[in-house]
Design a protein around this ligand. Structure first.
Ligand code: ZN
Length: 158
């Protein structure tokens, strides 16, 4: 494990803090990439929808594209939700959250929004839900690294 070799075997605690910090940065980068991915997928769907609508116009046929459009729109809904969740997760990694009323970015431990005064306690379970959901998705790769490092630490302590 390169990181451990560089920092030195005695600095276990410092090492763990560094790793957690690195993990957070890596997670943020991954989330941002995921957001961009979702955005370009949405663009593609917009194009597909536009094409379908135009084809219908050109052919002047009596094709019913409502069902197809509904399917495409539902894909966009899903992607938009994923983007929203990723944004919230990035905020959480920065120890921040969005006020559910005015959408200001505020510190996660605030009980009241400093902008609009909305009480914040209610949405804690939702934040935890999102973390759980996201950790079960592709971001879980980062946990592997951490597990390896813990193993490494055990070996060094022996
Ligand atoms: Zn607010």
């Amino acid at each position: 494990m390169d990181i451990i070799d560089k920092i030195g075997k005695t600095a276990t605690n410092t090492c763990r803090i560094t790793v957690n910090k690195t993990n957070k940065i890596a997670q943020k980068t991954k989330l941002r990439m995921h957001i961009n991915e979702c955005k370009s997928q949405i663009e593609e769907i917009y194009n597909a929808i536009g094409k379908k609508v135009y084809e219908k116009h050109v052919r002047e046929e009596n094709i019913d594209i409502k069902k197809e459009l509904k399917k495409e729109c539902e894909k966009i809904d899903k992607l938009s939700q994923e983007i929203e969740n990723s944004i919230e997760h990035i905020l959480m990694l920065k120890d921040m959250k969005k006020c559910p009323k005015c959408f200001s970015e505020i510190m996660i431990y605030y009980n009241f929004c400093p902008v609009c005064g909305k009480k914040q306690n209610d949405d804690k379970p939702r934040n935890e839900q999102i973390i759980e959901k996201l950790e079960n998705e592709d971001i879980s790769n980062d946990n592997q690294n951490e597990a390896e490092i813990v193993e490494e630490e055990k070996k060094n302590n022996d």
